[in-house]
Design a protein around this ligand. Sequence first.
Ligand SMILES: [Zn+2]
Length: 119
Amino acid sequence: MQDTVNCPICGDKMRSIRERKNIHFIGKIADYVERTCTGTNHSLQITVDEKTEQVDLLKISLSPNYSRFIIIDFYNQKCRVVLLKNNKEESILIPKMIIPDFPDLSKLKNKIKIYALFL
Ligand SMILES: [Zn+2]
């Protein structure tokens, strides 16, 4: 996925923070730009490798209170659904890549439903 400065859901300019960091989740250290948008019914975070200008990690909340979200790892081509239940984190590995149909989040939720029936 290509980098974007505007939120792919609402179109607003995202907040960007530049930082060199080690993302344990994907196992990579790089100069990253982290872009975030918190809209009325969505919240998303894009982590872009500054050098390659490619999105390595995309995190989208699937519920307004951030109790469910999907993490799409473009770097390793893996997906994970994380849900918080009674202060515990449960995570479900999705055995294939899920590419969101921006700006429509309901299509994304339908794609995830096959793997995570609780949604
Ligand atoms: Zn937005």
